[in-house]
Design a protein around this ligand. Structure first.
Ligand code: XMP
Length: 524
């Protein structure tokens, strides 16, 4: 796609993907590359601007990630953030050293409003600082344009060369006017027109798919997750019946989920494609019978998926393309930013089918972040309940049922989970109606799981000996760490009493308080 681009050069900081996302929120396309990327390659991409990210090192130490002086002489505006700011100063002749006072957290900063970076920013603004080193002396030609009580150079600029250095992190939301600053850089300093919009992406991608595929055939494994659903929507709009989607119902989906996917992508739905639903429930249950070890269960579920998919592919015969729902974070995390991504394995287990006859992989979403995938999904008319659905693991309820999986246990966890999600959704909707915003306790992911524990209870006058359901709800930013969410007690009590009354085989409900670490979000 021929469009204006900003390049984010990655120095190993934790917020690097966030920088790129924020730039894209300014409707400017951007890509992340390692600091090791060749200067010639960067030049060849003809960027409108370059952003150097933060990183954990000290730029004056031997072996620290670095860049050459020539990077600043391309005639392209450069913005350095945190480590990137220090590195810019260090390389261009300024001085960076250990700061007398470490700055960490929200910090009051005084900015020079005449700087292009701070146009429309308040003179006194709160920013997010996180640094041990500081710029004690700016490089020749630079002017200081922001400071804090402890940091004499919170920002500096050399307008003549369009070079900007910011010690803090405008990309994190704690920096109150950070988005404005990034907007000022990419739209103001770099002069980007802001043409990166999802309607244009959808339109252009449909054209590209048509050109690439010609009259070829495409096969896609549709899981009903956000990524594969949006990929299916795009491909369908581009090539219609040349696309075949295989949807494997492994009997480990949430309540009614298989039918929901079918109602959107099946013959009655709004998309033109060949939809094959394989009801493989029994096959999975019999493979899983007697298996209790979590990794063994995951492996069986993943491998069985490949086998079912292969069988369907064989019936279809040779295809030209195998489509994948790879998205940009997968590309970046594989460490191959800009190059070809490691092929994403279905369900993150098992790997690619060995016996599917295809010539090429097609990945229509490989440049998109998750929130962009969602926007594209809405553009394509995919229903909101699919576009905004919670993360759901490939092995499905198989890893939310501790121990052996049986059809009866699947029924229990499906029904309990449905009640739990409905009640939480209802409480959130009521709160939003009354307060105009989501509650602070609003979890990112919440679901029921089935413990493998049975205990004695009493119902009516009868003794029971039934299962305990566990409720999980977490607040998380990146799913690498998570806190248990504080769902109001009365909501939990309603859920408990509905589950015990409505789901046969359950007589106890637990709420999981464990954070991650030490727990994981899923149970197995
Ligand atoms: P854990 O349990 O590792 O989960 O704390 C972190 C996030 O990843 C999801 N998850 C998976 N997603 N395939 C997936 O596609 C999997 O095998 C898988 N296991 C966990 C989990 O739901 C949570 O959002």
């Amino acid at each position: 796609m021929d469009q204006e681009k900003v390049i984010v050069i990655d120095f190993g900081g934790q917020y690097n993907q966030l920088v790129a996302r924020r730039v894209r929120e300014c409707n400017v396309y951007c890509e992340i590359y390692s600091y090791k990327t060749d200067l010639a390659q960067i030049k060849a991409m003809n960027p409108k601007g370059i952003i150097l990210t933060g990183g954990p090192n000290s730029c004056y130490e031997d072996g620290a990630p670095t860049c050459t002086k020539e990077l600043f002489e391309l005639g392209v505006p450069v913005l350095g953030l945190c480590y990137g700011a220090q590195l810019m100063q260090h390389v261009l002749g300024g001085k960076v050293e250990k700061a007398p006072v470490r700055e960490y957290g929200k910090t009051e900063t005084f900015v020079d409003k005449s700087s292009a970076l701070f146009s429309d920013v308040s003179e006194k603004t709160i920013v997010w600082m996180s640094h041990f080193d500081y710029i004690s002396q700016v490089a020749p030609g630079f002017k200081i344009v922001a400071h804090t009580a402890d940091c004499p150079v919170a920002a500096a600029e050399c307008t003549e060369k369009n070079l900007y250095a910011i010690q803090f992190h405008p990309e994190v939301l704690h920096t109150q006017e950070g988005t404005k600053m990034l907007h000022n850089f990419v739209r103001g300093v770099c002069g980007c027109a802001g043409t990166w919009k999802m309607d244009a992406f959808v339109e252009n991608t449909i054209k590209e798919i048509r050109e690439k595929v010609g009259d070829g055939k495409v096969l896609l494994a549709l899981s009903g997750g956000v990524d594969s659903s949006v990929a299916a929507g795009l491909l369908s709009r581009a090539i219609g019946k040349q696309l075949t989607c295989v949807f494997v119902d492994h009997g480990l989906l949430r309540k009614d989920e298989g039918d929901e996917v079918e109602s959107v992508f099946g013959p009655e739905g709004q998309f033109d494609l060949n939809f094959i639903r394989v009801n493989a429930q029994e096959r999975y249950y019999s493979k899983l019978a007697g298996v209790t070890e979590p990794e063994a269960k995951r492996k069986i579920i993943g491998e069985e998926f490949i086998r079912v998919f292969e069988e369907e592919a064989k019936k279809i015969g040779a295809v030209d393309f195998l489509a994948q729902g790879t998205i940009y974070p997968d590309v970046v995390e594989s460490g191959l930013g800009g190059e070809s991504a490691v092929i994403k394995s279905h369900h993150n287990v098992g790997g690619l089918p060995d016996f599917v006859d295809f010539k090429e992989i097609i990945e229509p979403l490989r440049n998109l972040f998750k929130d962009e995938v969602r926007k594209a999904g809405l553009e394509l008319g995919i229903p909101e309940h699919l576009v905004f659905r919670q993360p759901f693991p490939g092995p499905g309820l198989g890893i939310r049922i501790i121990g052996e999986v049986t059809a009866d246990k699947v029924r229990i966890v499906q029904d309990a989970d449905f009640i739990y999600r409905s009640e939480v959704d209802k409480a959130v909707a009521e709160y939003k109606k009354a307060n105009g915003k989501a509650p602070a306790w609003m979890p990112n992911q919440y679901f029921a799981a089935l413990t493998n524990m049975r205990s004695v209870g009493v119902m009516g006058d009868e003794r029971t000996y039934d299962y305990a359901v566990a409720l999980r709800a977490v607040n998380t930013i990146d799913f690498m760490t998570a806190e248990s969410a504080e769902i109001p007690f009365e909501v939990l009590q309603t859920v408990m009493s509905r589950i015990i009354n409505e789901v046969r085989g359950v007589n106890r409900v637990f709420y999981d308080l464990t954070s991650k670490p030490p727990g994981t979000i899923e149970f197995e």
